[in-house]
Design a protein around this ligand. Structure first.
Ligand SMILES: Cc1cc2nc3c(=O)[nH]c(=O)nc-3n(C[C@H](O)[C@H](O)[C@H](O)COP(=O)(O)O)c2cc1C
Length: 363
């Protein structure tokens, strides 16, 4: 039988992976307690998926102000740090490696999720989207344009959360700079109309990401344990639109990450929607960006076994397939069929639709 590239080992710096299959970061909203502390159920969920070469956690808030969804765990309180320890231990006990995805939603929030405060954003521009609050879906509001002091606080929060993640036993962290959230809001001129050092030019709009990476390094975090996730052609979701500067800004970011930062990896998403007719979008992300990046590349978005085995990247991350197939690696190895995921249980509390999907041999 021909060896599948996805099932071969991968070694680079701090990554020692049994295979090239990565669990993509997925919010599952199971931290349904007042302190949003990770729990035993979550440890079971990640342990079930630990045969992936690398696991990336769900998005994890770096501070209470970073929040935009219910029951999402954080990495800012001592209780949360303690709550993650059984999760990372369970993954390590099964031979996996796990990174924490560090998240700030920016304007994709609501005062009802922020103790009455306005969400933070580069500029006071309403994404005109819907967010899920304790009283159900509500329209977003016009956020507050962040002051320089507020930007500095966010940078410090990321550095502290990265240190907390390592203290909790994570092998590294991924900066969530994708999908229309805070970093992405800074990158795009359609959501960032600032005229200071964080807006106005491609370099200025990219700056927050590099400030955060520099702050992590200054805090003693080895950048070989840090990944960055980008979704350059993300369009039409969460109020995200593109302009002529969008893809050039991502090119600038990727070139600079490649030249000046020895990261664990760059994690790129192919477009989530059909962008073939969208002005300024790049439909082939791996093809466009692979030549610009010299380090480890993870690619994501719509991959299955066959496409994953052919792709132009070192590692491939799988999202939806992993929800209903905890043994995805074994299914790939044995060429077994994949089970479908139930969308109704993506974000609801409890074990159903979370830890009760059987492996192929159990099913
Ligand atoms: C239920 C669910 C939750 C998600 N949560 C996150 C998240 O917290 N952070 C993130 O970067 N992407 C998140 N995503 C996006 C996935 O990581 C992935 O990019 C997307 O599902 C496309 O990959 P796929 O075709 O393999 O599913 C989520 C996707 C799903 C289905």
């Amino acid at each position: 039988m021909v060896t599948q590239p996805l099932l071969t080992a991968f070694d680079a710096d701090h990554l020692h992976l049994r295979n090239r299959v990565v669990l993509a970061p997925m919010t599952r909203s199971r931290a349904d307690n007042p302190g949003t502390v990770p729990n035993e159920l979550m440890a079971t969920y990640y342990a079930q998926r630990a045969s992936a070469g690398l696991l990336i956690s769900e998005g994890v808030y770096v501070s209470p102000e970073a929040a935009g969804y219910l029951n999402v765990p954080g990495l800012y309180s001592p209780e949360q740090v303690a709550g993650w320890q059984p999760v990372t231990s369970a993954v390590h006990a099964r031979g996996g490696q796990i990174f924490a995805q560090l998240w700030h939603v920016g304007r994709m929030s609501h005062p009802d999720l922020l103790g009455g405060a306005l969400p933070l954003a580069p500029s006071a521009l309403d994404p005109e989207a819907q967010v899920f609050t304790p009283s159900g879906f509500q329209s977003t509001v016009t956020p507050q344009a962040m002051s320089l002091a507020q930007i500095e606080k966010v940078i410090a929060d990321f550095a502290q959360a990265a240190k907390n993640a390592l203290a909790a036993g994570f092998d590294g962290v991924e900066i969530h700079a994708a999908n229309g959230y805070l970093f992405h809001q800074f990158f795009n001129g359609t959501s960032n109309t600032r005229t200071d050092a964080y807006g106005g030019s491609n370099e200025h709009r990219a700056r927050l990401l590099f400030d955060v990476l520099d702050a992590l390094r200054a805090a003693g975090v080895d950048l070989g344990r840090v990944g960055v996730r980008l979704n350059p052609s993300f369009y039409g979701l969460f109020g995200t639109t593109l302009d002529a500067d969008t893809i050039p800004t991502f090119e600038l970011i990727v070139r600079r990450l490649s030249a000046d930062y020895s990261l664990a990896y760059l994690h790129l998403c192919e477009p989530f929607t059909d962008v073939s007719q969208v002005p300024f979008a790049e439909p082939n992300i791996a093809k466009r960006f692979r030549p610009l990046y010299r380090g480890t590349l993870i690619i994501n978005g719509g991959f299955g076994q066959e496409e994953g085995n052919k792709v132009l990247a070192d590692l491939v991350s799988f999202g939806t397939h992993y929800i209903a197939n905890p043994d995805l690696v074994e299914r790939f190895a044995q060429h077994q069929p994949l089970a479908p995921a139930d969308k109704d249980t993506y974000y609801v509390p409890g074990a159903h639709g979370y830890t009760d999907y059987p492996t192929f041999s159990e099913g």
